[in-house]
Design a protein around this ligand. Structure first.
Ligand code: TXA
Ligand code: MG
Length: 323
């Protein structure tokens, strides 16, 4: 079911056409195989989470062909420029503030104000990104909970039939994921150790502290504790889940035919489709911020299967008590 494409011009052209049509294509990088989607297409990004079976909307890394195009989407500081000049193309991912002009899907960034960007050291991967003409969002190409794949066969073990195609560019030379460094604050934090060592990072830019990976924070309850990242995750208005009735002074996030009587409605998916609902979720959470006269947000029940797990996880964070 999954098309196997050669790492040549025809394979790249076919892969690019599939990606532009919103399909998923796995491809090799120097670190591990990525599960690629057009980063600017909400629905395609929602399919990534569906194919992986992730229980949380962990933000995805956006892959670019060069530093210039990456820094057109995020704001690079001096440290980022030095790291790009030293390590790109290569196994380093930088977390930087999104520009307002950045049209990467909110879902790809899990609704955060920052975006993880990298330029992979693999000619085929960069040729594919250039052919698509847009950034490619790609987590490691494994089902959630499995190890990251370093060959096309590993990818197909987990994802055959769940993705449109794979470009087989051979084994991945680095074999571990990219290092993830957060440069969005006053000091650099290494969120995930990987292909570029901490020592090499320190040699290039000076002190780098060790930070907690966002994935660990997402898996724990940390995001609910005061201070940490919670501000990125909460709409202005209080959120009420599993609503079966709605008041006129509430905004309604609907799943399926909307409950009557809401002050305003944002529809996740009229046909109760979980992939479509995921693709609209982060817009939904921001939608009511600018609307006057509302005192809260009511959310209709979303089933706890498939992508519904991740959708409910995100909604529960939005509804968690705040200071
Ligand atoms: O080597 C790699 O990085 C591979 C290849 C395919 O490029 N990709 C990969 O992606 O490992 P993934 O989704 O499995 O891991 C992405 C990591 C996660 O730990 C995620 O939490 C973190 O990057 N991340 C992404 N965006 C972030 C953000 N805005 N802030 C903090 N951490 C972020
Ligand atoms: Mg992974």
């Amino acid at each position: 079911m999954t098309e196997q494409l050669a790492p040549d011009a025809a394979g790249i052209a076919r892969a690019a056409a599939l990606l532009l049509a919103g399909e998923l294509v796995a491809f090799g990088t120097e670190t591990v195989y990525g599960l690629g989607a057009d980063a600017t297409n909400n629905q395609a990004v929602a399919r990534v989470f569906d194919a992986k079976g992730r229980p949380h909307f962990n933000p995805l890394i956006c892959h670019y062909a060069d530093a210039e195009s990456a820094f057109a989407d995020v704001m690079a500081n001096e440290t980022a420029r030095v790291l790009a000049a030293t390590f790109w193309p290569g196994p380093l991912t930088m977390v930087l503030p999104r520009r307002i002009t950045c049209n990467v899907s909110l879902l790809a960034g899990a609704g955060l104000d920052t975006l993880a960007v990298r330029v992979p050291d693999n000619e085929i991967a960069r040729a594919l990104i250039r052919a698509v003409g847009r950034p490619i969002a790609a987590p490691s190409a494994n089902r959630s909970g499995q190890v990251s794949p370093t060959s096309a066969a590993h990818v197909l073990n987990g994802l055959d039939g769940r993705i449109a195609a794979i470009i087989d560019s051979g084994p991945c030379p680095v074999g571990v994921e990219s290092s993830v460094i957060d440069l969005s604050g006053a000091r650099p934090f290494l969120l995930r150790p990987g292909g570029v060592t901490l020592e090499a990072l320190i040699e290039a830019v000076g002190p780098v502290a060790k930070g907690m990976p966002l994935s660990a924070a997402l898996a724990s309850q940390t995001l609910r504790s005061p201070g940490m990242l919670l501000s990125h995750y909460a709409p202005d208005l209080p959120v009420r889940l599993n609503a079966t009735v709605v008041r006129a002074d509430e905004g309604l996030i609907a799943f399926g035919p909307a409950l009557p009587g809401a002050g305003a409605v944002y529809q996740l998916s009229i046909g109760s489709d979980l992939v479509e609902a995921a693709s609209h979720l982060f817009e939904a959470l921001r939608h009511f911020d600018g609307i006057g006269g509302l005192r809260g947000i009511a959310v209709m029940p979303v089933p706890q299967d498939g992508l519904g797990l991740a959708i409910n996880d995100r909604l529960e964070r939005a509804a968690a008590p705040r200071d």
